[in-house]
Design a protein around this ligand. Structure first.
Ligand SMILES: [Zn+2]
Ligand SMILES: [Zn+2]
Length: 154
């Protein structure tokens, strides 16, 4: 098996660990999809990921396969789905399960993942007060990143 060069060894080990915890297997195709997202370091749509993988592998891939891989990577927590951007992004803190807080730039599309336990706790508590059991929180804050902000101010 040829391992993708774009995935650092540490990241690969973490990915294997998360999959093992979830009782899932990290297949070479799944590694490829994850490595490509990891290398992009920004939210990428499923369609864009398909194109990137096809370019790298030099062959056509079935869109359904890529959707399934994204589904899998999201399920085991290696990738987060950003609903507002209809895109997927490699998790910045894959070492443990967590709630994600994303700052997404509306101009360049860059995303910055933060972890905020107090915020997650406030939301869970508010949900519980309505009898709602929250399972997953991905909070997306849209705006302008520092670079785009400064470019606009000049
Ligand atoms: Zn994350
Ligand atoms: Zn930006």
């Amino acid at each position: 098996m040829k391992r993708p060069t774009s995935l650092p060894p540490g990241a690969l080990q973490l990915a294997e660990k998360r999959c093992a915890e979830a009782g899932e297997k990290l297949t070479p195709a799944r590694i490829n999809a994850y490595a490509e997202l990891f290398a992009q370091a920004r939210p990428v749509s499923a369609y864009e990921l398909l194109a990137l993988l096809e370019t790298r592998e030099g062959r056509k891939l079935a869109p359904l396969t890529v959707y399934r891989q994204l589904d899998f990577l999201t399920r085991v927590g290696l990738v987060h789905r950003l609903a507002s951007a209809q895109a997927f992004v490699a998790c910045a803190h894959p070492e443990h399960a967590h709630e994600g807080l994303y700052l997404v730039c509306s101009s360049c599309g860059r995303s910055d993942e933060l972890e905020s336990k107090p915020l997650a706790a406030v939301i869970s508590k508010a949900a519980r007060s309505r009898g709602f059991k929250s399972e997953k929180q991905i909070i997306e804050v849209r705006g302008l990143c520092q670079d785009c902000n400064e470019a606009g101010a000049e």
